[in-house]
Every structure is written in C-alpha cells, then in structure tokens.
Design a protein around this ligand. Structure first.
Ligand code: SAM
Length: 281
C-alpha cells in the first residue's frame, strides 16, 4: 500500500512518460476524484494511505488517462463558467475559450435587454446554462442535431434548475425554432477536415466527431447557419459565433453575403486569438 505522496509521484511520472500535457495536475485530479476529496485535501494529508480498493481504483483511472482518455470523461465532470457540468463521450468537453462567447453574449443580452435567444449546437448545455443562470429571466431555444447531446444537456439543465427556461430542441441549426429571435449564439463544429487528423489523440480518439467536423474548410455549419439566419433573425438582430483562430476574414465575407449592411466585430480569447465574431445585421 502506498501513501498519497507516493501515489502522486508514481502517477505523475507515468503520465509524463506518455507525454500527457499536464501530468501532475491530472494525477492530482484523478487521485482526489478516486478518494472523494478536493485537491487541496490531498495536500493536508500527504502521508494518508488510501484503502487497497481506493488505490486500485486510482490506478485504473491513471491507466485510462495513459490511453489518452480526457480527465473530464474519466471524472464525468467539467467546470465551465463557474458551473459544474456532467460530461461524457456524447458531448464535446466545454473549452475555456468558449467562456469568451458567453461573456460576449451576456454583454449583448444585458445591453439589449434580450428576452429570447437561440443557442445552436448546445452539446453539454454549457453555453445555454451559463447564459440562463446569469440572465435570470431569459428564455433560450437550445438546439442540437444530436439526441445524445440533448440528453446530456437536459441532465445539466435540471442540475442547474434552468429546464423551465432552456427549451431543448432537436434538429438542424435554426430549423426547429418556433419563431424568430433577436440574438443567435453558436459554437458549431469549425475544425476543417484537413486539420482533424492533426488534433491530439485525447480529442480524436474520444470526443464526438459530430462536435468537431466543420467540413472541407471548417465553415460548413457556420455558412448554413448564416443562410438560415436571414429568415430567422428578428431585425435588427445580432449573431455571436465562436470561430477558429484563422477564420475571421472568411466569416466576415460569409456574413456580408447574407447581410450586406452587417457590421462584423471580432473578440479575442485570453490567448489573444480571434475567437468570437459578432455580426450586427
Ligand atoms: C463544438 S460543439 C459545442 C458544444 C457546446 N455548445 C460547447 O460550447 O461546449 C458543437 C455542437 O453542435 C452540434 N451540431 C453539429 N451539427 C449541427 C447541426 N447541423 N445542427 C445543430 N447542431 C449541430 C453537435 O452535435 C455539437 O453538440
């Protein structure tokens, strides 16, 4: 039997050897999870010895991480915008850069006193739930083409008590919307098919392809969303799109094709990369 310090040292070394990006953090999160403790609690009892069963459980979690399974899928949870979300292989793991999309949508929602908005590509529900929690009277049409993803989103909406205001709709982009709205928010798949094979195995071997694949140039979904938006956006409407770091010019052109008078703005994420296109029609 090993103590906490020894287990962490073993797991960190093994994960480092397999070139896992954040070996120590992952080891801590997995050990804390397997013992039902917080990470800080691990450090208050470094000489504590988990039971034989707990140690075996921890070693099995590390074995999964060594196969590149993401920590969020192993622990079945991910924090996003201060909210704890349940995640599994049916949904994309919410990314920190998507918090920029939430910030932008919150700002517009408050400034324009938006009463109803659409979020397209809802996945785990991360964006819709962050908006619903922070805009307490908003109604959201939250759309996804995957019933598997919607099942996860429903569970997360229930957990955060917003199921009465987040209307989960199955279908293609804006098609299921019952009426036009003044604000559309979307984080649709935008990885180009050329780039897909270059992504880390943590992504390609575990996350759903339907949440990543944006077609030949990565813009298939965004292009079609903008086409549909011309009849489903109540003027003067706004569209906020999460985009890839090199897609700003192309998205600007696509937006102008559908909305010739549009003003298109860009917001960078915390890494300084173009991340959100704001289209004011
Ligand atoms: C990049 S994930 C975003 C998930 C979540 N909003 C987030 O930011 O973490 C994209 C989501 O779009 C959905 N999607 C893909 N094609 C779609 C379509 N044609 N209509 C609606 N949703 C679609 C996928 O199922 C997936 O859940």
């Amino acid at each position: 039997m090993s103590n906490t310090r020894e287990l962490l040292r073993w797991a960190t070394a093994a994960l480092k050897e397999t070139e896992i990006e954040s070996p120590q953090l992952d080891a801590e999160v997995l050990l804390a999870h397997s013992r039902g403790l917080s990470r800080s609690e691990l450090y208050t009892q470094p000489d504590g010895r988990p039971s034989v069963e707990a140690e075996e459980h921890f070693r099995s979690l590390v074995a999964r991480r060594l196969q590149h399974e993401p920590v969020a899928y192993i622990t079945a949870q991910k924090e996003f915008y201060g909210l704890e979300l349940q995640v599994d292989g049916r949904v994309l793991i919410p990314r920190p850069e998507t918090e920029t999309l939430v910030e932008v949508a919150l700002m517009i929602g408050r400034q324009r006193e938006v009463a109803v908005l659409a979020e397209v590509g809802v996945g785990s529900g991360a964006v819709a739930i962050a908006l619903a929690v922070n805009l307490p009277s908003i109604e959201i049409y939250a759309i996804d083409s995957s019933s598997d993803a919607l099942a996860v989103a429903e569970e997360n909406c229930r957990r955060h008590d917003v199921l009465d205001r987040v209307h989960l709709l199955l279908g293609d982009l804006l098609m299921p919307m019952p009426k036009p709205v003044g604000l559309i928010v979307a984080n649709l798949p935008y990885v180009s098919q050329d780039e897909l094979p270059n992504l880390a195995p943590d992504i390609t071997d575990y996350e759903p392809l339907y949440a990543l694949d944006g077609g030949p140039d990565g813009l298939d979904h965004i292009r079609r969303l903008l086409e549909q938006a011309s009849s489903r956006l109540r003027p003067p409407g706004m569209i906020c799109l999460e985009i890839g770091a090199t897609q700003a010019l192309a998205v600007n052109d696509l937006a102008r094709e559908q909305f010739p008078a549009a003003i298109v703005g860009l917001v960078r994420d915390l890494a300084g990369l173009d991340r959100v296109a704001i289209i004011a029609t």
